[in-house]
Ligand binder design. Sequence first.
Ligand SMILES: C[S@@+](CC[C@H](N)C(=O)[O-])C[C@H]1O[C@@H](n2cnc3c(N)ncnc32)[C@H](O)[C@@H]1O
Length: 409
Amino acid sequence: MSNKNSINDNLIQIKEGNSKIYIYNDDLDAIPSKSMSVFYNKKMEINRDITSLAIQSYYDLYAKDNLVIVDSMAGSGISSIRLLIECKNIEKIYINDINPVSEDLIHKNLILNNLNEDNTKIKVMRNDANLLFNKIAFKSNHKKPNVISIDPWGTPNYFIDSAFKAITKNNGLMCVTATDTAVLFGVKPNVCLRKYMAKPLHNEFCKEIGTRILLYFISRIANINNMGIIPLLSFYSNHFIRVFVKTFKNKNLIIKNIKEYGYIFYCKKCGHRFSVENKDLKNINICKICKSDIDLNYAGPLWLNKIHELEFLNKILMLNNKSDFKNKNRIQKILEICQDEIDMPPNYYNLHKICKKKNCASIPKIETLIEIIREKGFKASRTHFDFISIKTDMEIKSLENILSNYNKK
Ligand SMILES: C[S@@+](CC[C@H](N)C(=O)[O-])C[C@H]1O[C@@H](n2cnc3c(N)ncnc32)[C@H](O)[C@@H]1O
């Protein structure tokens, strides 16, 4: 962490992106948790970097108007302050947190960055996020926000419905973080069923399943509010998932989306996996590869469609390239892999797992393996969910053969 300056016994000044903020001294080295005076997690800087780039990209590509932003769980205000400094065309920003100590610190942090609260552009609030969304949704003389950010502790599920009631119905941008990854990744399957209305699976590609369950949940709640979503970027990093989705209200497209939700099947005996859309669902209980009738399990319902939009990723990469973020290289790596995975199947193979099963002495470089698979006429790419896994439409047995033969050379 750079530029630490103590201003009194309680507060310390740090720098992030192009902004400065005070955080509580005791919170600086604490494990990020609810017991902090005001939440701040330096490991989430990359989340805020990408959020800043995503909102700028959204403005350039899709916003029809200047930005009205709701940062509904602002903590120290760091994200909002960075947006005010890094993004152009912000018409209004609501900086909200339920914690009174946060509210007080946000005021201090705005002053520290010479951001003037006396104008109509910046509004600091202390509300429950749902209450805030409802106030905004039902105030007829207010322009609806085109950007809403939800960044809670744990699950965002309680906040999605009221956020959809508040946001612009067409071309709005919803930015949602989930940190309850044990739930979404299938360690606590019953909690996932209860909170996200979908069954997870704790297997080698559970991070992607969890992300797709989150997208399904967000999309379903959009649907009951007469909206649909287009995921622009969905990523996993440092034990959190963050998704950026654009809203639309075309009813035919909503129905198309609903038919395309579905299930992912996985055979824990042989590793075979496949997905089935709702509209094609029939009784499936035997693995077609190993014929096991007890090892085939499923996850879902979940989002099976694309989880990123190429033009959005291109734009973020371009802006990242011009930025001076210290996570610049890491962001570029994640985003380039996201580009590669766009048209790939919704799962991935962990190479260590396959090599262990096949007793392979060595694992080829991922780039080499991707080349071999492509030469055989199949699709292959890396995945940002797991840097030791690959995505491919090749079946497990053929992949195992490639890895075994590679070791015989
Ligand atoms: C993970 S922190 C947010 C961090 C912040 N966005 C950042 O980038 O540093 C979650 C925040 O949500 C706030 N919070 C929790 N429940 C809330 C609610 N129902 N309404 C509004 N804020 C809430 C907490 O006080 C906490 O500051």
